[in-house]
Design a protein around this ligand. Structure first.
Ligand SMILES: O=C(O)CCC(=O)C(=O)O
Ligand SMILES: [Fe+2]
Length: 316
């Protein structure tokens, strides 16, 4: 059963002002309360989703030595492969029971970014891997831009406020493999409790179970969407920018009961980041006497760097 509100992107895109406003209200209210929704009628087709799963399962099935060829030193895990157990939740010492891949932004010629992004890493063994990954990347980006448009309206700024910052943004598509659990995990979990770093996260694959969300009253609840829905949550950058109006909710992926340890889990989050030069300063629309400015000014680039150090992906 899904415990998080379900919203329909077709309402937002319907051209009917009342349906559009209904979507804006439902989404905004959900993000002030639980911080998560599931979303139907996004831009990813079933065919593309199946194709992507086929490619990522084939990649994770390669020998560890082959996969490690794609784990490139000095990139802070921002592109290519990140091996099992390397990343840990902020403040936790045990590594998560997962390995993953990162596809990153391929900016347009005229992007005029403050810093170049690293190149994507090309998997030679699988000729369709990169093409399929980037197709999904584009569709998730398009979905995310529409969600941000709805949030801009909810906050009371121009509908296209986020467009410039999200276009050519430093977003990452992260296919994750949680392998079968073969021994007592000793305190390690599939994904330790954390808030996401970015503006919003669009997650494919949560319908297989395991994702839990920490409700305001301190209860962990399961978030299990319909198979064709994406789970979309607010990350720390948007929480900060909206001065805690929209909530970046703590979530985790729990280990299954012992009789299901033999089942792997795959999920595919798209972490939607803005350009590094976006200022995350609290928006004036979200600051008033009851809600004084809660965070110092910072750019998205500076904030990301801090967090990558805290989760073990870059040393310094
Ligand atoms: O695997 C999942 O369902 C969620 C993963 C997640 O929360 C993350 O990678 O930030
Ligand atoms: Fe997460």
């Amino acid at each position: 059963m899904n415990n998080i509100p379900s919203v329909d992107l077709a309402d937002f895109l319907s051209g009917d002002a009342a349906r559009k406003q209904k979507f804006v209200n439902e989404l905004g209210k959900a993000y002030e309360e639980i911080g998560f929704v599931s979303l139907k009628n996004h831009f990813l087709s079933d065919e593309l989703v199946s194709e992507l799963y086929k490619e990522i399962k084939a990649f994770f099935a390669l020998d560890v030595a082959e996969k490690k060829k794609y784990e490139i030193e000095g990139l802070g895990g921002q592109r290519g492969y990140v091996s099992f157990g390397k990343e840990h939740a902020k403040g936790k010492k045990e590594g998560d029971l997962k390995e993953f891949w990162h596809f990153g932004q391929e900016p347009t010629e005229d992007a005029n970014l403050p810093e170049d992004y690293p190149e994507n890493v090309i998997v030679k063994e699988l000729p369709d891997f990169n093409k399929t990954g980037m197709e999904a990347y584009r569709m998730l980006e398009k979905t995310g831009i529409n969600v941000l448009r709805a949030l801009a309206l909810y906050i009371g700024v121009d509908e296209h406020y986020f467009d410039h910052w999200a276009a050519n943004g430093n977003s990452i598509l992260r296919p994750i493999h949680y392998p079968p659990i073969t021994e007592e995990p000793q305190g390690a979990v599939r994904a330790g409790a954390h808030g996401d770093i970015n503006l919003i996260t669009l997650l494919m694959g949560a319908s297989t179970g395991g994702l839990q969300v920490l409700r305001k009253d301190g209860e962990w609840i399961d978030a299990i969407p319909e198979e064709d829905e994406l789970v979309i949550n607010v990350g720390d950058m948007l929480e900060r920018h909206t001065n805690n109006k929209l909530r970046s909710t703590i979530h985790r992926v729990v280990n299954p009961p012992k009789e299901e340890w033999g089942n792997p889990r795959y999920s595919i989050p798209f972490f939607m980041h803005p350009r590094g030069d976006m200022k995350l300063n609290c928006m004036p629309e979200c600051v008033d006497e009851q809600n004084p400015k809660a965070f110092d000014d910072i750019t998205a680039g500076e904030f990301l760097h801090q967090r990558l150090v805290e989760i073990g992906l870059i040393k310094k």
